[in-house]
Design a protein around this ligand. Sequence first.
Ligand SMILES: O=C(O)CCC(=O)C(=O)O
Length: 271
Amino acid sequence: MIDWDAARTRFSDDGVVFLPQVLDSAQMAAALEAWRWSLAHPAIGGKVAQANDSTFYQDLYNPRVLEGYRPMLEASPLAEICARLWGTDSVWFMYEQVFLKEGGETRRTPWHQDGSYLPIGGMDTAVAWITFDPVSAEDSLEFVPGSHRGTMYNGSSFALGDDTAPLFKDSEAPRLPDIEADRGAWEIVSWPVTPGDVVVFDVATLHGGAATHIGQRRRTLTLRFFGERAVYAPKANRTSLPNVPGMGERLAPGDPFRDARFLQLWPKASA
Ligand SMILES: O=C(O)CCC(=O)C(=O)O
């Protein structure tokens, strides 16, 4: 049983919370179907640069995502979980991301904040990290607790050999710190994750890690949500979401982050 008051406090204070066994086997099967739909219908998908011939594939921002995801999202407890963590009543689905790592020693996912890449700020954002293959704490996604209340850094370009290389050249956002070079100076948390567990984090929380090794495969789905207190916050080169173009023509910085194209999942529509 999850103590939701404690989980809400943890999410608010740390910007990340581990929720054991909140998805049952049917919900995990539906999530895996959605993950497979993404692999069969790539949007902007591609391989992240690797030092060897292992695979680190990702895809995201599919404008047709609801064709493959809608029933799963509507049946999933994740929207209600977001509402509980935020302590608010409304939850919208923002976009999906799939990862596949296999075929040898894959590179770590460089430390970054999802918010650097997104025109969103304020409160009530959530990334639900779901893995279909168990991972140990050492090979899990890692987080710097409390970092969601600190600096919003430039994005990582995921350049090989330079994890902190800035993605946005015209941005005034500072370069990411080299956390890997000085891990002892940072508080870092991670959890062993088995299928059914979900790690939920704020889009501003620094996270990275989750390599895979020879003989391992990791299939991961991240689902991103926002709520009432999220605001439009354009970043350099990112005035809209690729799957919802033109937001910057309607919204001014600080406006509520809204667009009719986002599916509202909570409160549940009455039948
Ligand atoms: O699963 C991974 O390796 C990376 C996940 C991640 O960075 C994200 O979902 O934002």
